[in-house]
Write a protein that binds this ligand. Structure first.
Ligand code: CMP
Length: 139
């Protein structure tokens, strides 16, 4: 899965506020095809493992607590140049700095509760997809 797939999660705050449907509609309208998707909830241990690369950073503990605080929707998306294209589409990590019309600008509250996750590289997309889905789940 290099080049044309990325991984995303609707974060707990966006899910609990009922934004999932609107966000998914925007994602599909932008040409991303849903290859796999599920509603789930991360344990603290799972969230800590998912964000392992941020362990030790000042925001890590709060991020892990937040990401395990409620349901999420995780998905694998397909489009040409998926990782970069999706990151541009969702906007900057900080919603205050995100471009108008992006998901994070529309639905994000702050750096932590920024509505949605998007993989930062093809390698991350593969790892993150494998965290939630088996190869046979992707079709
Ligand atoms: P995400 O795309 O899920 O990847 C890592 C997450 O860490 C990021 O979105 C933010 O929610 C969070 N994050 C990154 N930097 C900070 C920060 N300086 N303060 C709080 N949260 C952060």
């Amino acid at each position: 899965m290099t080049g044309n797939r990325t991984f995303t999660m609707v974060k707990p705050s966006a899910f609990s506020q009922g934004y999932t449907g609107q966000m998914l509609a925007m994602i599909e309208n932008a040409g991303f095809r849903i290859k796999a998707m599920k509603k789930t909830r991360l344990s603290e241990e799972q969230a800590g493992c998912f964000y392992e690369m941020h362990r030790g950073k000042p925001f890590y503990n709060d991020l892990v607590a937040f990401m395990s605080s409620g349901p999420i929707v995780s998905a694998v998306l397909e489009k040409e140049n998926a990782v970069e294209s999706f990151r541009t589409f969702i906007g900057a990590t900080d919603p205050a700095k995100a471009e108008p019309g992006t998901i994070r600008k529309l639905f994000g509250k702050n750096m932590r509760e920024n509505a949605i996750h998007g993989s930062d590289s093809d390698e991350s997309a593969m790892r993150e997809s494998g965290f939630f889905f088996a190869a046979t789940d992707l079709f």
